[in-house]
Design a protein around this ligand. Sequence first.
Ligand SMILES: Nc1ncnc2c1ncn2[C@@H]1O[C@H](COP(=O)(O)OP(=O)(O)OP(=O)(O)O)[C@@H](O)[C@H]1O
Ligand SMILES: [Mg+2]
Length: 405
Amino acid sequence: MTAGLLASEQLMKFSDIIDTALTQQRELLHAPDKRKSDKPLRSFSVREVSHALRVKYNSLRQYLNTLPGMPAGTTEPGNRKYFTADEVNEILSVLYAEGKIGDERMPRRKPGDAQARLVVYNLKGGVSKTSLSVNLAQFLALRGYRILCIDLDPQASFSDMFDVQADLDGLPSVYDVLRYEDDSGGPVPITEAIRATYVPNIDLVPGSMSMTEFEYETSASFRGGGDGTPFHRRITDALELVDDYYDLVLFDTPPHMSFAVIAAVYAATGMLIPLSAGMLDVVSLAKFLELAAGTMEVVEQHQDKRYDFIRFVLTRYSASDPAQLQLSSFLRSHLGPAMLRNDMVSSTAIADAGNTMNPLLELDPSSFHRKTYDRIFESLCGIADEVDAEIMQSWGREPFERESR
Ligand SMILES: Nc1ncnc2c1ncn2[C@@H]1O[C@H](COP(=O)(O)OP(=O)(O)OP(=O)(O)O)[C@@H](O)[C@H]1O
Ligand SMILES: [Mg+2]
């Protein structure tokens, strides 16, 4: 259908075809009566709440019945109680107020605690950066963290997962926050680009294709353009305005080096490096780390940078695959405690989430085999526990050790 055209015209034609098809698809998917963000997040069983808040199941049931101010929840057939994410947060507040849990399980900053800023970082494509970020954000939000997510990938898949589409809906994006002042305008305060999501405790600065502009503008700033604020400080400076509002800022990054990524690395206080369990991934990891070290050196020319933590997490891990098992023990023997103890298991449910845009906490557990659901839930919850412990430690608190159920 494109024969006879110049190669550039052929490619452009294909681009137009896909673009139009995607726009139609999106309009269908996001028609006003179909948007998933119009529906609230599902409710959670007492067992899920007990696991998320790390309170023993029987104790939680007793607290729910006896402590004043506990939300009533909704009773569903079978006499089971379910709680919305907002109610889970109310439960957390009552447990804390009544002294049933201490500071180690109350993820709120106190005066003097620095905002935790976590960058999920690996220049390799497809290693689960976005899937991990989305699920981690949801698990941490459910246990009380007030989170601001910042999507730095021009492909904006993280924002898609939360049904916030800056380009489609004409909303300000992270580009508008980071952009340079020029004849066409200037940066907007981050508060103008922050969108609440349908998940309580999660706000988002959406990604956008125009982030590529930021790269051009930054290059131009080296030749004397720009508005004076160097590129690496632009995220840090923008965040000042919301420093009091969030306990955690989470960055999802693109699989390529960019000035925006360097600015996130500069703003971050901790780093999580997802790594899929293939030998080629491990080979490229060494190169990536060398490059990341080089990036850090650039950042350190401006200011010494000390992270609270840098941890690796194995993603799409399947312990039943002998090659992966071997690779996992190889990595653990060399990287030791820098590797998270919990792996992100490989699962079609997580893969499907990428297609259906539904992270685990949005799926209906009854549509799975119970064991399958528990395996994924425990994998993601375990990762959240370890990241939580790192943040708590950065706030000088004793991390909470989960007792087995
Ligand atoms: N634990 C998992 N089990 C099975 N499939 C997974 C898992 N994690 C991610 N996937 C799938 O792998 C693909 C890549 O995942 P994802 O988009 O999260 O990676 P990424 O590192 O963000 O990619 P990119 O580098 O393009 O941003 C997606 O199709 C996703 O659904
Ligand atoms: Mg991604």
